[in-house]
Design a protein around this ligand. Sequence first.
Ligand code: GLC
Ligand code: CA
Length: 562
Amino acid sequence: MESGVMLMNNTWYKDMAVYQIWPRSFCDGNGDGIGDIKGIISKLDYIKSLNVDAIWFSPLYKSPNKDYGYDIADYKSISEDYGTLDDFKTLVAEAHSRGLKVIMDLVINHTSDQHNWFIESKKSKDNPYHDYYIWRKGKGKRPPNNWKATFPGPAWEYNEHLKEYYLHLFAIEQPDLNMDNPKVREEIKDIMRFWLDIGVDGFREDVITFISKKEGLPNGFPIPAACGMEHYKNGPHIHEYLSEFKNDVLSKYDCFTVGEAPMMTPEIALKYITEGKNQELNMMFNFQHMEADCFMMTWIRIPFNLKKLKKAFSSWQTELYGKAWNAIYIENHDQPRVISRYGSEEYRVESGKMLATMYICQSCTPFIYQGQEIGMTNIRLPELDMYEDVFTKNNYKMFKKLGFSHEKIMEIAKYASRDNARTPVQWNAEKNAGFTTADKAWFHINPNYTEINVEAAEKDEDSILNYYRALLKFRKENPIVIYGDYKEHCKNSSELYVYERNYEGKRMLVINSFTDKKVDFTAPEGFDLSKGKLVMTNYKYPATSYNGFKTKPYETRVYMFD
Ligand code: GLC
Ligand code: CA
């Protein structure tokens, strides 16, 4: 197995751990109730103290915020809400001076309908920008095809003036760019160079596998959501376009990319990320491990299924090993808080530490989302008008149409809404959780901030926060955690997730319990726990009697063997 490792380059992006900031809710530096760059700069020492190596910023660009930054009105400017381009340059310098890399969010499948290109595009059919977007004539009174948008509804919007429809795979205010137009690709490369020249170290590329649409835009298989996806997911020219971006721009800088890829499998991912001269992206975010409690999206809920989770993780770990590099997250701005999903709010601290261990001890570059490191939980907003997220509002309408009652939809939203991840970071127990000095923050603050906050976690040596610090340090100091191979044990257990790692003669065993029940764990063949060193755990005095133990609620243990 170890020979696989020899084939791979050990580059800096593999060793690093990344912290994700969703700027609006991170920290308000100027007292207007909205998070900003000044606030971020004031917390750089805190971020560094987590033992991470890079920060990925969700979009900071100018945006009308129909999708909170993922609808960009100007790719080369910073939103006034967050500061100025000079402020951003200061942020890059301050981050770099602390050894932290900076990753920008590159959203190029679509722009905002307020982007100048789109405003020009809809002026006339012979406007030079018209062909920057995907405009088509309707079929009689109907749209050009039956595709559906992710933020539900038809994927086409009619323009009275032009008597044409434009394509939007997301919200109406997010028109899709026509990547088949070479001028559009030149613009994208120009945007990449602009940020790389400022000094950013890489990009997270938003829904990047959707940018090439099938010629003729044929009808999709008729399903209620994401209809048409088979014609734009991993579309006909995707590899060509990504190679062009890489050869013309990315390969000229010491930078890295991670692409967001809904419905991705390891087999298809390898076409993008296999190391070597044809590699298009360095890593990929997949969604399979975020579907252990749902079907395709959090709104279609199923009971949490550990076997489904393990299957997803194990297939990515084994299928990429020696060929390509994993990127793993368990939270981000699109996902409800993980403790409220895969862990337990009753055993918040225990399950928060277990979930951290479970994924950070896999072979990957781990991503940690703001607030995850202190174990923030879902806010569960009770009323529809308390939500901000376009996906939540549109899903409400869709479920209503499907005949769901208001009460039922609110029950789903409380669990599934992306807004659960977008409440302000809880810094202390003071007014507005220390997020802002304004009277009111831009968004609801989880009332549990009096208990769950950074200041309290700093003071408690057993906090989730201090556990993350220790775990990330442990990872950095032990190449086996980063580069070792992976083998799953206890596959049939629906309560325990156990795996081993091997590297240069060392072995590591990672045991995670996903239940509050006592479960009998016996070490797999070839492991003698009495000879192992317990290096990470979430209980003070874990009892070991035989070559195994009865697990405590959400217990995690990592044993190292020489
Ligand atoms: C990605 C982003 C999400 C956004 C969508 C459309 O999935 O992570 O926040 O709404 O793309 O840009
Ligand atoms: Ca502010």
